[in-house]
Ligand binder design. Structure first.
Ligand SMILES: [Fe+2]
Ligand SMILES: [Fe+2]
Length: 285
């Protein structure tokens, strides 16, 4: 069995929507995470209206409570007031690393992040055809996908984790009204995940979606929207804990990696998952 030093524990949550009266709201959650995990990731909608004062309240709670690295991406709500630059700066000054087509390494694990965009899934995805405004809309998803691709290409770590706000697959938005599926994500973002052998994907945005799904190549995708985790797993704090081995081999054939991803993505209802099972008969959850 792997010892605690052999594994990195990633706690993931999303859509915390800090508003003007949120001061202290997530201190208990952040306290638990800082005790149990090695890295905290937050997948967007950090604020409710994208206001600097909201970001400052979150920054205060993070700096007073969290003693582990914090990595994240912005969500659509963080753009609402057109002050996303200031929101990014405030949270950056508080030590949070916000990724926008960037990659960082922490505890030997690689993280690539984008906000992502919408447009729908599979055969129902909106195509770049007709009016310019439709082409521009589709182009946004294409651009975000290119940013994800270049971020993933920079990572040389054994494990690559993708952070998105919007979903790259349909499965984790199921539970939402069918009519709004196209506004919850885009399957255009799925292709680079397989090509770069991503270990797992975290996203949010679909507050009433499904907690877990897989890409067409078997990569586990976790919707960690806090509202969803609260509703589905009322008996535990609303975050997902993913455990990864530090000593994973750095270069693996994509096919083998995908097979491991399939086995890693079976957390049951505990909200925890581990890649340990793919490598040793461990009982990490
Ligand atoms: Fe949200
Ligand atoms: Fe959102």
């Amino acid at each position: 069995m792997a010892s605690s030093n052999d594994v990195v524990r990633i706690a993931a949550v999303s859509d915390i929507h800090y508003g003007k009266s949120s001061q202290g709201a997530l201190v208990p959650l952040f306290s638990e995470i800082t005790e149990r995990a090695d890295v905290l990731v937050i997948c967007g909608d950090l604020t409710d209206y994208g206001l600097p004062e909201e970001a400052r309240l979150l920054a205060k709670d993070l700096t007073s409570t969290v003693r582990i690295p914090v990595i994240g991406v912005l969500g659509n709500h963080d753009f609402e007031s057109g002050q996303e630059g200031e929101v990014t700066k405030i949270l950056g000054d508080a030590g949070m690393r916000l990724l926008d087509g960037d990659a960082v390494e922490e505890q030997g694990i690689g993280f690539a992040g984008i906000r992502g965009f919408c447009g729908g899934f599979g055969r129902g995805a909106l195509g770049a055809w007709g009016e310019k405004v439709i082409k521009d809309f589709v182009q946004e998803a294409v651009q975000e996908t290119l940013k994800l691709e270049s971020a993933l290409a920079r990572l040389r770590t054994a494990h690559r984790i993708a952070l998105l706000h919007y979903s790259p697959i349909r499965e984790t938005v199921e539970g939402e009204p069918l009519e709004i599926f196209p506004f919850l994500g885009s399957s255009r973002m799925e292709e680079p995940l397989a090509r770069f052998g991503v270990t797992a994907v975290f996203h949010g945005h679909a507050h009433r979606g499904s907690p877990e799904g897989h890409t067409s190549t078997g990569i586990p995708v976790y919707n960690v929207a806090m509202q969803l985790l609260k509703e589905k797993f009322a008996d535990r704090p609303p975050y997902h804990l993913l455990e990864l081995r530090r000593d994973a081999v750095a270069v693996e054939p994509p096919a083998e990696r995908r097979a491991q991803g399939r086995r890693a993505g079976d957390p049951g209802s505990t909200g925890e998952s581990s890649d340990l099972a793919a490598r040793a008969p461990s009982t990490a959850r």
